[in-house]
Design a protein. Structure first.
Length: 208
């Protein structure tokens, strides 16, 4: 009987020890969970907290306006300088054109001068008027061709109606009949046009 009581007592002590061990293990587990949760919280809210992206600073409107004004001013100054250079260059070219504008015409007439010099030299060696006349006709024809190449043309007055745009009346001839009234009867001086512009009116006699 005594041995049975001791066995029961020993079983109760073992059960109490097991219960205390389970409670201690449970408390340790709760403490560990709390520690892990605290660490997660620190990672999110503490040193490990995710940094919010910094907002880009907006440009000052006044600074932007001043920068734009500076750019426009620079463009304006460049344009003024370019225009001034263009104006100076144009004036220089115009002055050169006025000074040397007749260069082409002078060069074209140099062969005529050469022909005239040769004709004068030949006239001293011969008294044949026919030869001299033929030489003068060749020079005259050559001169007309050069004039036409430069855009110079004669104003036609043969049986033409009197036109103040091309003719200058130096004489009025009465009594020539109705069919000659207002007509060019004779050309006293030949007129010329340069590229269809009258550079000298033809001086004519007109029927009245």
């Amino acid at each position: 009987m005594k041995e049975e009581n001791e066995n029961i007592k020993n079983e109760e002590c073992a059960q109490n020890a097991q219960s205390e061990a389970n409670e201690n293990a449970k408390e340790s587990g709760n403490a560990k969970d709390e520690t892990v949760g605290a660490e997660d919280t620190e990672e999110k809210n503490g040193t490990g907290e995710e940094a919010e992206p910094e907002q880009k600073e907006e440009k000052d409107p006044l600074a932007a306006a001043l920068e734009e004004v500076a750019q426009l001013k620079d463009k304006y100054l460049r344009s003024v300088a370019e225009f001034d250079n263009y104006r100076k260059r144009t004036l220089k070219e115009k002055a050169e054109l006025i000074l040397n504008g007749s260069e082409k015409a002078v060069q074209a007439f140099l062969p005529i001068i050469d022909d005239m010099e040769r004709a004068l030299a030949s006239s001293e060696k011969t008294d044949d008027a026919g030869v001299l006349k033929e030489g003068m006709q060749l020079i005259y024809q050559k001169t007309n061709k050069i004039m036409e190449s430069l855009g110079v043309k004669k104003i036609d007055t043969s049986d033409a109606d009197f036109d103040t745009n091309f003719h200058e009346a130096v004489a009025m001839v009465p009594g020539m009949g109705d069919d000659k009234k207002g007509k060019v009867l004779d050309c006293v001086q030949t007129g010329y046009t340069l590229n269809d512009k009258v550079i000298r009116h033809a001086k004519v006699a007109v029927g009245q």
